[in-house]
Ligand binder design. Structure first.
Ligand code: DC
Length: 643
């Protein structure tokens, strides 16, 4: 599986231009397709969900032209799709599936609508019940109440009153409302149960109005689509930035200092999720807003917990659940039942993953309660849910972490992690690589002490792995078995001391025997893979000095300073000789030199993470340098890049 490892973050500030709103993009595309005339859609979101909608419209015979950038021309079909028989694949795009179902059921034709497995677990029965009241002929091809669907031509009986449930997903009501003008007759929609996610209905009504259809609304229970409603192209329409996407950056600013400004949504937005800013302000964040921008800063004393009804910001509220990791007290998010029927069961997913980080979490049918506690590194699963990936990126302010399947952000924000990297600053790393006995361990440890940074002796992990294999009777070239041991290594670094299984290992990992074993196990790809995240988890505040062979090339390619520290083979052999004798081991200089050359060769020639000087690494040859001189050189280089 693909993953993205995030170092612990130090701060966040800057500007982000947001991608277009998913909800607005797919509504605009459908209405432009149903309208009379051509519509130029500007700043459309480029994402999986909008691609599914564009593909579907093309399959239905709608003229779709890419104009370059995120601009498209849609040639409306006046409510009559030219293609009357089609099979449409809509991925996991609820914002395409629901309204297309409604429009196609009323437009007449023979259509099959399918999606990914998760789409087939997301309920649609309430919408179908509404459509059937109008005479639509819909067959469930899988389970009753769920996609895939077969829509057949039917005699539509327009007019009168249709009732639809509003307490599972507002997308059912949105789908019906957007499709009803196709009937040409006044129709009333009665909402059964309390309507959730009302702001999304506001978006629907606002966009329908832009296309010339004014829905009359009586509170949130009754909606009337007047007779003679016809969609007409507004000519050119601009898609607002995505307010839900804004939530991650506002939260980054609120946690990581700020000011962090998002551009593309603001006070004048039609998206309810802009009210996420109010929720963040309740947590103490300093928020400023203009017509189409918002900005967040961290409060003086840190964020505080909130107890909030989130019905009005169902998607952005997820961001509060991970922001809660940084708030004093227990945060409770209520009235979020709709989370359970989204891309995944978001309440369950959120609870499971927050617990992995060490938070205390309580979940109910329609609420989640989060109490932060000591956060620990973890690999976070994202459940093919873009918002899970984006929400958990915030947790990097508390700990280094791994995000599994990060590309799921493509659903709404393919470039999320690029923007994220641009506005955040990570805990610094100094990567010191070099051959055996070059003195890099001593230099690295002293540099770390001088800066107050943590120190990672990555060679020790390979040595410990070799030792653990030896103790378990596993051969050093048994890749799978050694990798399994490496993954489970119960190791603790406690200052100068290293503990394996709770017992101090001392010099047992420094013998020539284990040195040879370490060099062997380090050549195994699966072993290196197993130790990857364990090493990256050291990338915490205030900073890290790591020494090894691949610190700068593989483990911390983003390191602020990379040093390739070496010395002549003779000098290194002589240093090792003195070290061994000093520790009471017996040693022979010519043998040591030969062994060292052999190990250098193996470390440099192996296919995985070979030892080499990176192009962006500083060369430090210590053959004629004292330790102090070497340490001072590294500190001088670092102070130049740390500015
Ligand atoms: O730095 P050291 O001598 O303690 O390393 C022991 C072995 O582990 C050595 O053969 C190289 C290997 N190693 C590695 O492959 N990658 C690292 N990052 C660190 C060490």
């Amino acid at each position: 599986m693909e993953f993205l490892d995030l170092p612990q973050l130090a701060s966040a500030a800057g500007n982000v231009r947001l991608p277009g709103s998913k909800s607005i993009s797919n509504r605009v595309l459908l209405l432009a397709a149903l309208a009379d005339g051509e519509t130029e859609v500007r700043d459309l979101l480029a994402s999986d969900d909008t691609e599914r909608m564009l593909e579907a419209l093309q399959a239905l015979g709608v003229g779709v032209t890419a104009l370059g950038g995120e601009n498209w021309r849609i040639k409306g079909c006046g409510g009559r799709f030219p293609v009357k028989q089609a099979e449409l694949f809509l991925g996991n795009a609820g914002t395409a599936f629901r309204p297309l179902t409604a429009a196609l059921a009323l437009a007449g034709g023979d259509y099959v609508l399918k999606g990914v497995a998760r789409m087939h677990e997301r309920p649609i029965g309430d919408l179908i019940d509404g459509l059937r009241q109008l005479g639509a002929d819909v067959t469930y091809l899988g389970n009753d109440g769920y996609p895939p669907l077969h829509l057949k031509p039917a005699t539509i009986r327009p007019g009168g009153t249709v009732s639809v449930r509003g307490d599972v997903s507002s997308q059912f009501l949105t789908g019906l409302l957007m499709a009803l003008p196709l009937t040409g007759v006044e129709t009333t929609v009665d909402v059964v149960g309390e309507l959730i996610s009302k702001p999304y209905i506001e978006i629907t009504l606002a966009i329908m109005a832009r296309f010339g259809v004014e829905v009359k609304r009586e509170g949130w229970q009754r909606f009337v689509v007047p007779a003679g409603s016809v969609y007409r192209s507004p000519g050119t329409i601009y898609v607002e930035g995505d307010a839900s996407s804004a939530s991650y950056f506002l939260a980054l600013g609120a946690i990581g200092g700020g000011p962090l400004r998002v551009e593309g949504v603001g006070r004048d937005s039609i998206q309810g999720d802009v009210r996420f800013a109010e929720a963040l302000a309740q947590m103490g964040a300093q928020i400023e807003m203009g017509p189409n921008w918002m900005e967040a800063r961290a409060p003086e004393g840190g964020l505080v917990a909130v107890d909030l009804d989130c019905n009005h910001i169902p998607d952005a509220a997820m961001t509060l659940a991970t922001a809660a990791l940084f708030a004093k007290g227990t945060t409770t998010l209520r009235n979020i039942a709709s989370w359970r029927v989204k891309e995944t069961d978001r309440i369950a997913a959120m609870a499971t993953e927050l617990k992995k980080l060490g938070a205390e979490v309580e979940e109910g049918e329609d609420f989640i309660r989060v109490t932060p506690s000591a956060v620990k590194p973890a690999a976070i699963d994202t459940y093919d849910d873009h918002r899970m990936a984006m929400c958990f990126s915030l947790a990097a302010f508390a700990t280094p972490l791994r995000i599994n399947d990060p590309k799921c952000v493509g659903k709404t924000f393919p470039e999320y992690f690029q923007r994220f990297a641009e506005v955040t600053r990570a805990a610094p790393v100094i990567a010191i690589d070099g051959p055996s006995a070059s003195g890099k361990g001593t230099v690295a440890a002293r540099v770390a002490a001088a800066l107050g940074f943590a120190y990672l002796d990555s060679g020790a992990l390979y040595r410990l792995t070799a030792l653990a294999a030896q103790r378990a009777g596993v051969a050093w070239d048994n890749e799978a078995a050694v990798a399994a041991l490496a993954a489970q290594l119960d190791v603790e670094f406690n200052g100068e001391e290293i503990l394996l299984g709770g017992v101090v290992v001392g010099d047992a990992i420094r013998s020539e025997d284990i040195s040879a074993g370490a060099s062997r196990v380090a050549a195994l790809g699966a072993v290196r893979e197993a130790l990857l995240f364990r090493q990256r988890a050291f990338n915490r505040l205030p900073g890290l000095v790591g020494d090894g062979r691949d610190m700068g090339s593989v483990i911390f390619p983003q390191a602020q300073l990379k040093v390739f520290l070496t010395a002549s083979a003779e000098e290194r052999a002589s240093r090792r000789y003195k070290q061994l004798i000093g520790k009471g081991f017996s040693a022979n200089l010519p043998d040591l030199l030969a062994d060292l050359r052999q190990r250098d060769e193996r470390d440099a020639q192996r296919s995985v993470a070979p030892l080499r000087q990176e192009a962006d690494a500083q060369l430090l040859d210590t053959t004629t340098l004292t330790i102090d001189e070497a340490v001072n050189q590294v500190l001088t280089w670092f102070s130049a890049v740390a500015q």
